[in-house]
Design a protein around this ligand. Sequence first.
Ligand SMILES: [Zn+2]
Length: 214
Amino acid sequence: MRKLIVVALFLLPLSAAAQNVLWTALTEGNAAYVKGDADFPRLPPTRMTWAASQAPPFSILSCSDSRVPAELIFVRTVGELFVVRVAGNTPGTFDIASLQYAVANKWTRLIVVMAHSDCGAVKAAMAKDDSGLTDQLKALVKQIRDSGIERSDKPTPEQLRAAAEKNAKYAAGLVARSPVIKEALAAGTVKIIIAYYDVASGKAEQISEITSAE
Ligand SMILES: [Zn+2]
């Protein structure tokens, strides 16, 4: 019975206030992480709680960079985050498919597309020389360049951040315009937040948001 109620709740559009509560919950976790208070008690029982099913309300698209571990950054435990990590948070077909899967299952109410500081993929995309890159890496940096980033072999921290933000907004647009997610955004059942994570301070902050695919 309880499960039925939860499922019914998941089908309802969320008010703007309710969607803000979700992001606030993540930022509260992030504040604890910044302070060094990340704590994961009760892992075995939590694991068992979600052993037969999952219903994570958050999906995170972030970089593969070892300094960007979503569960630690937001202090979320087993069963709470559906995470897609790919270099440069640059979503390809299967990354978008993964997010569609989470949305189609009615779990995800908030998608966070998270850029980060000192991103090697963004640096590679800003660079003018592609020699030495494999065909696959060339395809990845091409997609980052498609976001309209500035090109520079020696970007300043400000230029690098601007490019990372532009790339994350572009990535979020690709996600937002894809089938299933586009419909969920239009129905108000899902929202996308574009965020920026600083690998030195540990702080994740909102840059912008998408509440519909238009
Ligand atoms: Zn990166």
